[in-house]
Design a protein around this ligand. Structure first.
Ligand SMILES: NC(=O)c1ccc[n+]([C@@H]2O[C@H](COP(=O)([O-])OP(=O)(O)OC[C@H]3O[C@@H](n4cnc5c(N)ncnc54)[C@H](OP(=O)(O)O)[C@@H]3O)[C@@H](O)[C@H]2O)c1
Length: 257
């Protein structure tokens, strides 16, 4: 038994946690934070094996435990297949961090039905399916945290159907919280402010927009993925179980001004 195995043994909790979209950005930071706390983390991603492998390697280096699982969150059959693997391998699931999101922005008037379906499936129906297939594995209670944005409350030009999907995530987070609280499953969400992640920087004009938000934010800077990860870790820690059905805004006060 090497030093890493000893570390892994000492750190491990019995908790099994699924983080969707764990290959970069907020999902990456959340996965690493939870693994540091001793959770066994399932790293879901869809496209980039290289990126997710980097997260896996970092967790290994820290003495944590992880497993990589590729599945498109917009595909119900892939979500149910992933939950089958988690059941067979771990026997249970304690937390789901529904972070992955994929959307096709643009003006609503020219949004095609296909773009609506892709966006709503990957961003909103994914949360519903994760709960439908994941809750049966949460036999001792558990936690579900949605990672979303407040782009449904403050209408961002061009965000289009992505903002609509975020509205669905907000309602689903509250409705699931009420439905699942009697089972001891605590559902909440986090709404980070803008951050220069890959999907954000792919939006034309993102650098200028981020600079403007930085200037306007009372804290004088943007939130980091690591700061968001610490809030998620608190929500699933068991110390926050009377916070139910909330979406916590983590943006340094940007929404206030
Ligand atoms: N960045 C911001 O400013 C900001 C602000 C507020 C809220 N958010 C929210 O934070 C969450 C994470 O965004 P991010 O900014 O961290 O983005 P990111 O860095 O681009 O990461 C997105 C992650 O989701 C995965 N992903 C995308 N579509 C997927 C699908 N259909 N199935 C499975 N995995 C999928 C990506 O993996 P692959 O590329 O390999 O598919 C990647 O791991 C999103 O819900 C986003 O709306 C972001």
């Amino acid at each position: 038994m090497g030093i890493c195995d000893v570390l892994r043994y000492l750190m491990a909790t019995n908790r099994v946690v699924l983080v969707t979209g764990a290959s970069r950005g907020f999902g990456r930071a959340i996965a690493i934070e939870l693994a540091k706390g001793g959770d066994r983390v399932i790293l879901n991603f869809r496209r980039s094996m290289t990126e997710v492998q980097g997260v896996y390697d970092e967790i290994q280096k820290l003495g944590g435990q992880a497993k990589i699982y590729r599945a498109d969150m917009g595909d119900e059959s892939k979500i149910s297949g992933m939950m089958d693997v988690i059941r067979d391998e771990y026997g249970h699931l304690d937390s789901i961090i529904a972070n992955a999101s994929f959307g096709i922005p643009g003006p609503l008037l020219t949004t095609k039905s296909k773009a609506w379906d892709i966006t709503m499936d990957a961003t909103a129906r994914s949360l519903l399916n994760l709960a439908q297939y994941g809750v049966p594995l949460m036999r001792q209670g558990g936690h579900i945290v949605s990672v979303s944005s407040y782009g449904h409350e403050r209408i961002l030009p061009g965000y289009g159907v992505v903002g609509v999907a975020k509205g669905a995530v907000a309602t689903l987070t509250k409705a699931l919280a009420v439905e699942l609280a009697p089972k001891g499953i605590i559902v909440n969400g986090v709404l980070p402010g803008v951050s220069p992640t890959k999907s954000m920087m792919a939006i034309p004009g993102a650098a200028e927009a981020l600079e403007m938000v930085t200037q306007q934010t009372p804290m004088g800077r943007l939130v980091t993925p690591e700061e968001v990860a610490k809030v998620v870790a608190f929500l699933v820690s068991g110390h926050a179980n009377m916070i139910v059905g909330q979406q916590l805004i983590i943006d340094g006060g940007a929404i206030l001004v």
